[in-house]
Each structure stands twice: as structure tokens, then as C-alpha cells.
Design a protein around this ligand. Structure first.
Ligand SMILES: [Zn+2]
Ligand SMILES: [Zn+2]
Length: 306
């Protein structure tokens, strides 16, 4: 692992004991710093290979992620808010009163307001006005947040969704860090801490050489899943691996049994790779696998469908 990686080295106090941690929590400031750096680099139009999205959008995202980093550093979550968020997640967001609970939980609304504030110098005034309008109607914002948490992305205002997700994410990530281990992690397709979909899976290098973890799109936790087994249906009968070139750090693991796929980012090949920014920038592999009839299990927090 790189010295500035957000994945801390294994605890070596018990030599000789091979440990596979069920969960790896990120060092959030490092994670956001690296992600912002990668997004800034992607904004450079002369990228090789060329990226598919507009450079301005990557620059906007880099400012957004800097804003998340600032929140963690300057306004860390109080324990009471962490507990409230963990309780919400434990209910699977199925509660009838989810919107009301979110309305009463002001910490994510403050995060949203502060993110808008941090983006002000980088956005057109009319876009800022639209984003601020959400704050004038916290009930509407809470209803939209509830839809995001329930995975009903296509029903969320596309102008709000990226920023709203970023606000929820920075709170959820702090709430779930150091979450106690729980049963069922080894078979979880969605995040065992917060229930969100994975961004992708990572094959780690360094002292965790070859281990595979899924990375949560909302709370950034990584959870262990053995390789060679479909992360969705648990079958190993018909797994196929797609890649654009030999030793490419991105692969797609597709399952012929359940017709789903998940990206596999090989940090053992490229320790520099940052999952969220890389996944957003390089989607050619996805389009090829989708053409083969597979459905994506992963979710990109900066590219909402619809
Ligand atoms: Zn999560
Ligand atoms: Zn499967």
C-alpha cells in the first residue's frame, strides 16, 4: 500500500497469525484527499486513455470531495448523530417514518449546506440558488434523501442527487467507522454496515496481497468477499472475467448463473488506483459487459442513472 493510502497496514502485533479482517474502515481524510487529487487529474483534457466525461465535471467533483474532507476535519460527527444514523441503517430504511426521522436529523442537512457553501466560488450563481432552494424546504430535501437511501435514484431530482449523496455519504462514513463486526459479512452483496450498493470490488496488494473487498458507495467501508465466487448469487460455476488488456487494473467479473457483474480493481497491479474516480472515468469495459447481457451490481455515486 502507498504510505498515504487510506487503508491502514495490518496490525503486526501478533506475528504468524494470518488475519482476514471482515471490515476495513477508511481513514477518511486520506481517502478524500486522494480522491480529490485523482479527480483534479482527470479534469485534465489530455488524459491518456481519454476519459468519457467533461473535464469541468471532474473539477466540480474535486471541489465537492475537498468539501467533504473539510467537513470531516472541521465538523466531525457527534456520537449521538452517529448512533442515530446507525439506527436508521439497521432498520434498512424501510421505516414508514424515514422521511420524518431524516427531517429531525439535522446533521446531514448542515453537511449539505456547508457543501453548497464550499462550492459557491466554483459554480454559476443560478446553480447555487437552485441548490440553496432545497434548504428552504427541508421536508422536500428529506423526502429526496429518503429516496436515495432506498435506492430509488430515478425518482430524485438529478440536479440535487450528487450533492445530496455527498452530504449523506460524509455523515454515513463517519457514523459507520469502527462499526462492530456483524454476522453475514462474508456473504453480503450490499454493504453490511449501511445497506448501500458497492462501487466495485478491490483486490488488495501489500500485506493483504490478493484479498478481495467490496467498497461501499455510501459509507466507504470495505467488506471481505472471497474471490472466485459470485458476489450476488454465491455460485462459482460460470464466472467469466472481462478486461480490455492483459494486466489491466480493471476487470469485470461476470456471472453466467445470475447474469450480473461487478468491477474488480486490481490494486495489486496499480496501488495508485482510487475506486470512485476511476470507476466514473473509465466505463468502456462496463458498456462491453452490459452489451453481453449482464447487469451491473455496482453503483457510481457521481453518475446517477436517469
Ligand atoms: Zn456502507
Ligand atoms: Zn451470480
Amino acid at each position: 500500500m502507498r504510505p498515504d493510502s487510506d487503508i491502514v497496514p495490518l496490525d503486526k502485533r501478533t506475528p504468524g497469525v494470518a488475519t482476514i479482517e471482515p471490515l476495513i474502515f477508511p481513514q477518511l481524510e486520506r481517502l478524500y484527499a486522494r480522491r480529490a487529487e485523482k479527480l483534479r487529474a482527470l479534469a485534465d483534457k489530455d488524459q491518456e486513455p481519454p476519459v468519457l466525461l467533461n473535464g469541468e465535471y471532474f473539477l466540480f467533483l474535486s471541489h465537492l470531495v475537498e468539501g467533504q474532507k473539510g467537513l470531516v476535519e472541521q465538523s466531525p460527527l457527534a456520537e449521538a448523530d452517529r448512533a442515530s444514523i446507525r439506527a436508521l441503517a439497521a432498520g434498512g430504511y424501510r421505516q414508514d417514518e424515514l422521511e420524518d426521522t431524516l427531517l429531525g436529523l439535522t446533521v446531514w442537512q448542515s453537511a449539505y449546506a456547508q457543501l453548497v457553501e464550499s462550492l459557491k466560488p466554483h459554480l454559476q450563481p443560478d446553480i447555487v440558488a437552485d441548490l440553496l432552494a432545497g434548504l428552504e424546504t427541508p421536508a422536500v430535501l428529506s423526502a429526496q434523501a429518503a429516496l436515495l437511501l432506498r435506492g430509488q435514484y430515478d425518482q430524485v431530482d438529478p440536479g440535487l442527487s450528487v450533492l445530496l449523496w455527498a452530504a449523506l455519504s460524509v455523515c454515513w462514513a463517519q457514523a459507520m467507522s469502527q462499526h462492530e463486526d456483524m454476522p453475514g459479512i462474508g456473504r453480503a452483496t450490499h454493504c453490511p454496515c449501511c445497506g448501500a450498493r458497492p462501487v466495485a470490488s478491490l483486490v488488495l496488494g501489500g500485506d493483504r496481497e490478493g484479498l478481495r473487498y467490496l467498497q461501499c458507495s455510501l459509507c466507504e467501508t470495505r467488506w471481505h468477499r472471497v474471490r472466485g465466487v459470485c458476489v450476488n448469487c454465491h455460485s462459482s460455476a460460470d464466472l467469466q472475467y472481462y478486461t480490455l488488456s492483459e494486466k489491466a487494473p480493471d476487470q469485470a467479473e461476470a456471472c453466467g448463473e445470475c447474469k450480473t457483474y461487478i468491477k474488480v480493481f486490481r490494486l495489486d497491479y496499480d496501488p495508485e488506483l482510487e475506486a470512485v474516480s476511476h470507476n466514473l472515468a473509465y466505463q468502456l469495459l462496463d458498456s462491453l459487459v452490459v452489451q453481453e447481457g449482464f447487469t451491473h451490481l455496482g453503483f457510481s455515486p457521481f453518475a446517477f442513472p436517469g
